[in-house]
Design a protein around this ligand. Structure first.
Ligand SMILES: C[S@@+](CC[C@H](N)C(=O)[O-])C[C@H]1O[C@@H](n2cnc3c(N)ncnc32)[C@H](O)[C@@H]1O
Length: 314
């Protein structure tokens, strides 16, 4: 098992935007290898850090990396339960919340997890291997039309229908058991393309997103994170593909606007004042130097919002 720690992406900007106060309360929704969490914990004095991850192995490794810091708690949980985790940790509101979406290098680099295109492993892809269906179980059950939709919307796979039909058939016939089988099946379905097509990467990405319901968790997690911020508290979110970034942008824009009800008599009523101010009109991107040192950072986008005081203008 490869346990090379995850290099934290956009670490400098994340720390700057979160403006860590030594005695503040911070939340890392995606502890992973503990990279960002260690940088936050190192700036605390009397403050607290609650770090979550849905992957039990990440929780163990981040727990070991952060064990030397006082005031740090690492919890095995999906961030779509953020509110409950904070309540159970005795936290009413957080001064800063970080969400670094997607998979970690540790997960991708360990063939036994089934995320790797390069090495052979079981077709699993669950971030939390203790619950839910594996990628293979998913492919055996999913309707080819639904799989077509998933490949198209989560992976921008052009020939989605053709790939979906081949994968569904091979999964049901027992020809798909490992990640190498999946690579071969995608290549066969696109036999007119030479070499390993880009579609192999995007098919893996789409199936992984579906198996882990990543976008559903992200929507729920963002809504709870905005709720859990104290006035002036900041939420920093790193996304890695357009589907995630769209959800972050929409969640921020929606929470930054007043929510209005329209009545039949033409009157409108404001039922919710804006909750946040968006601080990054355009997403913050990694510098070339960071991309060179850590190629996985190349598609990262950081967006940051700040919770408003009740009645404060956005
Ligand atoms: C990109 S890595 C985070 C790396 C971390 N920031 C670091 O510096 O080491 C993403 C992590 O988020 C976790 N994750 C993804 N979706 C999650 C969710 N819905 N709830 C909790 N953890 C999640 C993954 O298991 C993975 O460990």
């Amino acid at each position: 098992m490869n346990q090379r720690p995850h290099t934290p992406v956009l670490a400098g900007p994340v720390l700057e935007w979160l403006r860590i106060r030594p005695n503040g309360v911070y939340v890392d929704c995606t502890a992973g290898g503990g990279g960002h969490a260690e940088l936050i914990a190192g700036r605390l004095e009397g403050g607290r850090l609650i770090a979550l991850d849905r992957d039990p192995l990440a929780v163990r490794l981040a727990g070991e990396r952060l064990a030397r810091f006082a005031g740090v708690r690492v919890v095995h949980a999906n961030y779509d339960r953020l509110r409950q985790v904070l309540r159970e940790s005795g936290v009413n509101a957080a001064d800063g919340i970080l969400l670094d979406a997607g998979v970690s290098s540790m997960q991708i680099d360990d063939p036994a997890r089934g995320f790797s295109l390069q090495d052979d492993g079981p077709l699993d892809m669950r971030m939390n291997p203790t619950e839910g269906q594996t990628a293979l179980e998913y492919l055996k059950r999913v309707d080819p039309d639904e799989l077509t939709r998933v490949l198209r919307s989560y992976g921008d796979v052009g020939p989605a229908g053709r790939v979906a039909r081949v994968l569904s058939r091979q999964a049901r016939e027992g020809a798909l058991r490992t990640t190498r089988d999946l690579v071969r099946a995608v290549q066969e379905s696109l036999s007119f393309v030479r070499g390993i097509p880009e579609e192999v990467r995007t098919v893996f990405q789409a199936i992984r997103i579906a198996v882990n319901d990543e976008l559903g968790s992200l929507e729920e997690g963002l809504s709870q994170a905005i709720d859990c911020l104290s006035a002036g508290g900041r939420l920093a979110v790193i996304s890695f593909h357009s589907g995630e970034d769209r959800i972050v942008k929409n969640a921020f824009n929606t929470a930054a606007r007043p929510r209005r009800e329209f009545h039949a008599d033409g009157r409108t009523k404001t039922v919710q004042e804006p909750l946040i101010r968006v601080l990054t009109r355009k997403p913050v991107l990694p510098e070339q130097e960071e991309i060179r040192a850590n190629p996985r950072s190349h598609s990262a986008k950081l967006r940051v919002a700040e919770r408003l005081e009740a009645g404060e203008a956005a």
